[in-house]
Design a binder for this molecule. Structure first.
Ligand code: MSP
Length: 513
């Protein structure tokens, strides 16, 4: 059975979401929606959620004078609201303070306690840690990780020096096996630059991981030692199992392993080193792909809650609507590379690509069909002037490689080709002498618009629905069909009523300074 299990990181709730988080979540949503068209909705599981334990959250709630769980409830809700506003189609939203998560974490920890490493040692042992810790990252640091001021480069703060008794995960015993599995492609880290970074890290050898904290009260207790809580990263990673109902659930058996853990490069080490080592210790299959996209930066600096240089996705949705915001967020730069956000160019991009490119094409062909074709799809034969299958092949290939940016370019290539064809064929002039020829052109473009509607579905689901409605379909019923079958040329039904006067993207007038 073909299935697709995709996850976003579960986000920290020290502050509300910004468009950096939205980038990951919208991208995951696009992938999930695409794979639903291929495998059917029942065979795709798309998970997101919030990471709510640890010192960082505890300190933040205290600094705001709030009870921690109430604070967690409040901020977690802002994530859920943002995802609703952005039409995110997640199958579940996991919160690590939920009972269902805590129960599964306890069971997994007990399993690890009795497990052996590939070298035959106990996976878990008691020891002492002395070293640096960045609360912003919730992560241990080496001197070599810091900037010239001795600060964490992401949070611009000097890490704390910790000396404490902990339970350790014997990560060092996994160095070789992880290297072998990456090199053998048993799990894939995309893109190559990130994979090479991880291989470089493994070449240096791994240190064991302090996986419990004696002084953090806001966490999940270690089952065999209630004086310690679980290191927040260790339990957070387990959300990918707990959200599926734990190790014994049918949903877990259906969807495990994850096909894609999506994230940015800040947390690739946790997902490509610590997580696979934990899974090996549990004798579970490894994720197939860890896809690492780039950072949204502002003036070259990573957009982050801690630095306060953020853009609120809800404000963008208010201004542009949900679908256009999704487009603006994912069309900024290549999937996998960093890029500075051109907020001041959003209006221009919206007007050029959305109002001018797609919106204009659909509005014009609908209006001309109304005028020249009695407002219906006529019974003429049309030929496949764009060789549509070549577009579909490129589009599907891009999705197969997680290149949602490349697939989007294919859609816009088709939109541009259709607009150009309309300009060249001039059906509004041809209609005066040869009405049938004009009608054939218009039907050809209507059929192309149907394909464009199918292609934009993962990116702009409401716009796709509107396109299907303009073409005379009931969108909900239309989408119940097998989507792959619908990608053949010439399936637009004769007699369908075409509705004019619907503008998918009203133009934005230039704002006065
Ligand atoms: N709680 C951990 C993840 C645990 S997963 C088991 C965490 N949370 S986070 O809130 O800091 O989220 C980090 C992730 O948010 C990044 O990996 C990325 O997916 C997304 N982004 C946050 N800021 C971003 C940018 N400025 N640009 C791109 N992605 C951004 O780490």
């Amino acid at each position: 059975m073909n299935k697709f299990y995709i996850t976003t990181p579960i986000y920290y709730i020290n502050a509300k979401p910004h468009i950096g988080h939205s980038y990951t979540t919208v991208s995951a949503d696009i992938l999930a929606r695409y794979w639903r068209t291929q495998y059917g909705a029942d065979n795709v599981f798309f998970l997101t959620g919030t990471d709510e334990h640890g010192a960082k959250i505890f300190q933040k709630a205290e600094s705001e004078g709030k009870e921690v769980q109430a604070f967690a409830d409040e901020i977690s809700a802002t994530y859920q609201l943002a995802w609703d506003n952005l039409s995110i189609s997640n199958n579940d939203f996991i919160r690590t303070t939920e009972e269902r998560h805590k129960v599964v974490v306890a069971e997994i920890l007990q399993k690890l306690k009795t497990a052996k490493t590939p070298k035959g040692n106990d996976v878990i042992y008691e020891g002492e840690y002395e070293g640096l810790y960045c609360v912003g990252c919730e992560s241990y640091k080496k001197e070599s990780d810091l900037n010239e001021n001795g600060e964490c480069p992401d949070h611009l703060k000097v890490p704390e020096l910790l000396k404490e008794k902990n339970w350790f995960f014997r990560l060092s015993d996994y160095t070789e096996v992880l290297k072998e599995k990456i090199n053998a492609g048993e799990y894939d880290i995309k893109i190559d630059a990130r994979k090479n970074e991880i291989l470089g890290l493994l070449d240096q050898g791994l240190e064991d991981l302090a996986m419990s904290r004696p002084n953090v009260v806001w966490g999940i207790p270690i089952p065999w030692d209630e004086s310690q809580t679980t290191y927040v990263w260790v339990e957070a990673l387990m959300n990918y199992i707990s959200a599926l109902g734990g190790l014994h659930s049918d949903v877990f058996h259906k969807f495990w392993p994850a096909d894609c853990h999506l994230m940015s490069k800040d947390i690739v080490k946790f997902h490509s080193v610590i997580w696979p080592a934990m899974l090996l210790a549990l004798d579970l299959e490894l994720p197939k792909t860890i896809f690492v996209h780039g950072y949204f930066t502002i003036d070259g600096q990573k957009m982050s809650k801690t630095l306060g240089n953020t853009i609120d996705p809800n404000e963008l949705v208010d201004e542009y609507g949900s679908d256009a915001t999704r487009y603006l967020i994912v069309s900024q730069f290549g999937f996998g590379t960093d890029g500075d956000i051109a907020r001041e160019r959003f209006d221009d991009i919206y007007n050029a690509h959305l109002a001018g490119g797609l919106g204009n094409l659909v509005a014009r062909v609908a209006a001309m069909t109304d005028k020249n074709c009695e407002g219906v799809v006529m019974e003429h034969e049309i030929s496949d002037v764009f060789e549509i299958q070549t577009y579909w092949n490129q589009y599907n290939e891009a999705f197969g490689a997680y290149r949602i940016d490349e697939a989007l370019k294919v859609v816009w290539k088709l939109i541009d080709a259709a607009n150009k064809y309309l300009e060249e064929q001039k059906p509004w002039e041809v209609a005066k002498d040869d009405l049938k020829a004009a009608q054939v052109t218009l039907k050809t473009i209507l059929e192309t618009v149907r394909h464009i509607g199918l292609m934009v579905m993962p990116y702009m689901p409401d716009v796709a629905d509107k396109i299907f409605e303009i073409l005379g379909y009931n969108a909900a019923e239309y989408k119940e069909q097998n989507m792959v079958d619908l990608t053949s040329w010439g399936l637009l039904e004769n007699g369908n009523k075409v509705t004019k006067g619907i503008y998918l993207f009203p133009r934005i007038e230039k704002k006065e300074d």
